[in-house]
Design a protein. Structure first.
Length: 84
C-alpha cells in the first residue's frame, strides 16, 4: 500500500527541481560553499518572502514558488548538518 504523502511529496519535489534548474539559479554560486549562518540567513529571507506573498494575496503560483525556496534552503541546511 502506498503512503498517502507520496503524491504531494513527489509533486513538490518536481517543483523544487524546476526551480533549481532555472538558468538564473544554475548560475549562482554553489550553496555547498555557504556556512550554516549564511544558509540560515537565506532561509529566513525566504520565509519572509513567503509571509509577504501570503499577506499580500499574491497568486498561489507565487506562494508555491516561495514554499519551494524555503524548502530548498531547509534541505541545504539539513544536508550540511548531515555531512558535517
Amino acid at each position: 500500500m502506498s503512503n498517502p504523502n507520496d503524491l504531494p511529496l513527489d509533486w513538490f519535489k518536481n517543483v523544487q527541481f524546476e526551480k533549481l534548474s532555472l538558468p538564473k539559479n544554475v548560475a549562482k554560486p554553489h550553496w555547498l560553499t555557504m556556512n550554516f549562518d549564511e544558509l540560515l540567513h537565506r532561509l529566513k529571507e525566504e520565509v519572509q518572502e513567503l509571509e509577504d506573498a501570503l499577506s499580500q494575496g499574491e497568486s498561489m503560483e507565487n506562494v508555491i514558488s516561495e514554499c519551494a525556496d524555503v524548502s530548498i534552503f531547509a534541505t541545504m541546511l539539513a544536508h550540511k548538518a548531515r555531512t558535517s
